[in-house]
Unconditional design. Sequence first.
Length: 146
Amino acid sequence: MLVEDDTMIGENIKIGLELEGGSVEWLMDGHCASGTLATSSFDAVILDIGLPGKTGLELLKELRARNDRTPVLMVTALDSGGIREQCLACGADVFLKKPFDLDDLIVELQGILGRKPTGEYLYGVLRRTKGADGGASFEDQDPGAV
């Protein structure tokens, strides 16, 4: 899943990951992302810190409070001292400062997913959805929505 409110950055990340064989679900608002993250599971989450609604840091804290260990890659243009340390202390796996090279983001994602850059799918093509009864079901996703 990608949570990024900047259209140009979001499009570039989404296209780049899809070209690598990934499936990307892209949301631009923290409140929408909060609901989706509470009901669905993803292989990894890319979170911008400065989002409308809820910040990426708030979303990360929600994930970790639920004991959700989904790998999280935080991105931000914020230049305030200590933001990197704060994100990592709250449970982020990787922190990238904007602007960053898309290849660096892909390598970092492959690293936290434990996958080597092979040109194969970065992400699985199934999305697990939590049902109202607490069970999980799987929906086919085309290789081209995280």
